[in-house]
Design a protein around this ligand. Structure first.
Ligand SMILES: *Cc1c(COP(=O)(O)O)cnc(C)c1O
Length: 446
């Protein structure tokens, strides 16, 4: 412990201590050393940052840790500005706050119904063609804003191959799944061999076209992106990676090196940020973040509205803040630097995009639009007489070669309502009261 405190402190203060540099080189960049020395005690944070919490504050933190444990990699803690830690965006994401214990009326245990939408353990199957596969329950760092906070602190253990095989079997038997998202926990906390094994098993399934990996290691443990890991990933040619940067200060030299390695391996990189109060709820910070991301070959993918998990109340902004941020990006910067702002709908509704309104009005012949500058403009609609689609692709001029999967995929939702060839004209909730009334009348008449 003495060693880690000294090394981390040294890193933090950017001191050029010759004796330590050797040790630093050897250990600091060794991801296993970082994991082994994950900081879990308040007094270690105090020693490293050279701060002292008043007794009352200390009791509060202890109480919080009892429910939601703390784990911070020495690397991530070294990014904190110790002189102003209370306002520090990195500190807030990793250090407990008593506010995590206040449960507000809108909080929910499992707001995304991930446990409910689970056909077999480890799999959440919400969308027809893709699944979320929880392959790891370990994280290098416990983010205070974790949406799966309810599970943080459950025993960190590597799921057995037998457990993983149940999920793989489900994917194998469900031919509509073409995209598998490995998540957890953090899949990159597993060993290279284990990752290699999972990827090879998934790659053997003919209908799996894409494998996505969600990992925060480039942010909290960039040294995990070793050459050996890259060698494993390079064996597969259908991998995408999404990472989770929330603040420009997280894009350090080490993080850049990790991203560069992944990009050079030919892996498309995306980023999912969470909109967090007093961390990144500011158009300037967000613009700076997305610019730094694209400069490092990372495409901003989603900006999440903070969800309704218990213990996140103090991180939540209102939705207007998110719309304001998107308004400040669209038109003002490169289109590919703009994430889609989404609310992951409570109850398992999935991600719903939210954005400013650009369509102001329309008539039979024209639509009225506004741009980012406030210019109001019109688009005269072309004479376009589409013919009805009867879903018979072989008879259509568009030369679409419908395959088996196309035929197996059912048209659902609003898309179904729009289809020319579907009979349905309404979508009706299961428990529509009006239906009960009609049924009741029918039963009475029998
Ligand atoms: C987010 C998510 C996905 C993937 O959604 P995309 O919009 O394709 O990124 C899939 N399944 C579940 C359960 C999810 O939460």
């Amino acid at each position: 412990m003495k060693e880690i405190i000294q090394i981390t402190k040294n890193k933090l203060n950017n001191e050029d201590n010759e004796d330590l540099s050797k040790l630093l080189l050897k250990n600091w960049t060794n991801w296993k050393w970082q994991v082994k020395n994950t900081i879990r005690k308040i007094e270690d944070v105090e020693k490293i940052l050279d701060i002292k919490f008043p007794q009352e504050k200390r009791n509060e933190i202890e109480e919080t840790i009892e429910k939601f444990p703390m784990a911070i990699t020495p690397y991530y803690l070294s990014l904190v500005d110790a002189d102003n830690y209370e306002n520090d965006a990195v500190f807030k994401q990793c250090f407990p706050n008593i506010k995590e214990l206040s449960i507000s009326t809108c909080d929910m245990q499992d707001p995304l119904s991930e446990d409910e939408d689970s056909p077999v353990p480890g799999i959440t199957h919400r969308y027809p063609d893709r699944v979320l596969f929880h392959v790891s329950n370990i994280c290098a760092m416990y983010c205070r804003h974790c949406t799966r906070k309810r599970k943080v602190g459950d025993i960190d253990s590597v799921p057995s191959k037998k457990e993983i095989l149940i999920g793989i079997e489900y994917i194998k038997n469900t031919p509509t799944i073409r995209d598998v998202l490995l998540s957890g926990g953090d899949p990159f906390l597993l060993s290279n061999d284990y990752i290699d094994w999972m990827l090879s098993e998934l790659s053997k399934i003919p209908h799996v076209e894409v494998i996505r990996i969600g990992t925060r290691t480039p942010v909290v443990l960039p040294f995990r992106i070793t050459n050996d890991l890259i060698d494993v990933l390079k064996k597969y040619d259908n991998i995408w990676i999404n990472t989770h940067f929330n603040h420009p200060r997280e894009i350090t030299k080490s993080a850049k090196t990790a991203l560069r390695k992944l990009a050079l391996a030919g892996i498309p990189l995306g980023n999912q940020s969470v909109l967090l109060r007093d961390v990144n709820d500011c158009p300037h910070i967000m613009r700076n973040l997305v610019h730094k991301l694209v400069a490092n070959k990372v495409r901003p993918y989603y900006l999440y509205q903070c969800d309704l998990s218990e213990g996140l109340g103090h991180f939540r902004t209102n939705v207007g803040k998110g719309i304001e941020i998107i308004e400040s990006l669209r038109g003002h910067t490169s289109g590919f630097a703009i994430p889609t702002y989404v609310i992951d709908a409570p109850g398992g509704g999935g991600k719903i995009p939210i954005m400013p309104n650009y369509l102001i009005s329309w008539s039979a012949n024209k639509i009225v639009l506004r741009n980012y500058e406030g210019v109001i403009t019109t688009y005269k609609m072309p004479a376009y007489l589409p013919k009805d689609c009867d879903n018979n692709c072989s008879e259509c001029n568009l030369q679409h070669d419908a395959d088996v999967i196309d035929k197996e995929m059912k048209t659902i939702g609003i898309s179904k309502l729009l289809c020319d060839y579907e009979e349905d004209i309404t979508l009706v909730p299961d428990n529509l009261e009006r239906n009960y009334r009609i049924q009741g009348v029918a039963e009475n008449n029998e």
